[in-house]
Structures are given as structure tokens and as C-alpha cells.
Design a protein around this ligand. Structure first.
Ligand SMILES: *Cc1c(COP(=O)(O)O)cnc(C)c1O
Length: 220
């Protein structure tokens, strides 16, 4: 599917729920994609991208930034504390703030650097043991802690369990955000971004629907 088609679908989904298309940020998830495919999307004028890994982002984006203005990079994958500094230098937003230790590290670095990317707290809405994220019951306290540290928390992020109805998770995330006075909702991927928009998503993270399937063997 083309970027144009995805943009059109975002618009239709937003308008169907009385929202303007501009209220939804389309993050083109470029992880593992060959540079030529990413470049094609840049050439079409798109500037908002998502990457999972700091290392991969660091290898790809400084060069693109020299050639295209206004790139906005969102880090959407798990972040190790020892990569936080590098992540903060690369990304305009981090969607995977998922534990107190990382919050402390980011707060300390933000002081030192005098800047901090926008932050989204990842919530493990499905309470899956193998998945990152703050458990729903601990979220309100964690948001309060982050605010005490002056962290620029803009919203919440979730990745619903693969075998469950995503709507339940989108609705839960929206409720938790509202309860905490947060406007940002990072939810929805290739298969369910329209549904996420219907539940209030402000940031949809769409990879394969824009770029085609990821070829992990080629990326190595
Ligand atoms: C890879 C990834 C996406 C994009 O997934 P698609 O199904 O290709 O749209 C979105 N969010 C996160 C956190 C991801 O890791």
C-alpha cells in the first residue's frame, strides 16, 4: 500500500470520529527497511519516522537529516538505560518510557543536556510477562513520579497482545490517559490503526503497510 493511501485512510478514520486528520500523527516505522525504501518515502515529503533500535537509528538517520530538512524521529522500541543518552541525541520523541530506572536516567540527562525528547509512557495493558511496559495498576503513581522529575510526558503508548481484541486495549489506554490528564495516545499499527484512531489515537505507528513486509534476513 502506498503512503498516500495510508494518509487517506488516516483522514477518513479521523473524520469519521469528528476529528481533523491533523490531529493524528502518522509515524512511518522504518525499522529494518532498506534505505532506498525509506528514501522514497522522504521524497514523497513524509518527515515523521519511527525506529525500534538506537543503534539502527544512529546508523541511518544522521545521513538522512543532512539531506532532508524537518525530520522527526520517534524511538518506539525498548530502551536500555546505557543507550538513553544516544537516544536523546537522536530522537524527538521516545515512546518506550517503561520503568522508574529509565525515568531517573532520562531526568538526569535532561538536566545535563538542557533538553529532553517528548516522552510517552509504555503501558503493558495486557499484563503480559514478556512484554515491556508499566502495569496498569502502577501507572498513576508512575505518571506522578515522572511529573515530579519534570519529565515532558506527553502521553501513553501500548502494544496490545496479539491474540486479543485490540479495541479493549485502546479503550483502556485512552481511559488511563484521560484520568492522568495526558493528551497523547500512541497506539495502532498496520493492522489496526483505523480502530486506534476511533479510540482517540494521536500517534499511529505504521510500518509494513507503508513500506511493505520487513525482510529481517536482508537486514542481518
Ligand atoms: C514494528 C513496530 C510497529 C509497526 O508495525 P507494523 O505492523 O509493521 O505496522 C509499531 N510499533 C512498534 C512498537 C513496533 O515495534
Amino acid at each position: 500500500m502506498s503512503l498516500k493511501e495510508i494518509r487517506a485512510r488516516v483522514q477518513v478514520a479521523a473524520e469519521a470520529h469528528g476529528r481533523r486528520a491533523e490531529s493524528v500523527t502518522l509515524i512511518a516505522v522504518s525499522k529494518v527497511q532498506p534505505n532506498a525504501r525509506v528514501e522514497a518515502i522522504l521524497e514523497e515529503g513524509h518527515r515523521v519516522f519511527g525506529e525500534n533500535k538506537v543503534q539502527e537509528a544512529a546508523g541511518k538517520w544522521p545521513d538522512f537529516r543532512e539531506r532532508y530538512e524537518g525530520i522527526e524521529l520517534h524511538l518506539i522500541g525498548p530502551l536500555q538505560t546505557n543507550k538513553a543518552r544516544q537516544a536523546m541525541g537522536l530522537a524527538q520523541a521516545i515512546h518506550s518510557l517503561d520503568r522508574p530506572k529509565l525515568a531517573n536516567t532520562i531526568a538526569r540527562l535532561a538536566q545535563e543536556l538542557g533538553a529532553c525528547p517528548d516522552l510517552f509512557i509504555q503501558v503493558n495493558t495486557g499484563e503480559e510477562p514478556q512484554k515491556a511496559g508499566i502495569p496498569p495498576l502502577e501507572l498513576d503513581d508512575f505518571v506522578a513520579e515522572c511529573r515530579k522529575m519534570d519529565l515532558p510526558v506527553k502521553g501513553l503508548m501500548c502494544i496490545p497482545p496479539v491474540n486479543e481484541e485490540a479495541s479493549l486495549h485502546f479503550a483502556l489506554l485512552a481511559k488511563m490517559a484521560a484520568r492522568n490528564g495526558l493528551d497523547g495516545l500512541s497506539m495502532g499499527m498496520s493492522d489496526d490503526f483505523e480502530k486506534a484512531i476511533s479510540f482517540g489515537a494521536t500517534h499511529v505507528r505504521v510500518g509494513s503497510a507503508i513500506f511493505g513486509a520487513r525482510d529481517y534476513s536482508a537486514a542481518g
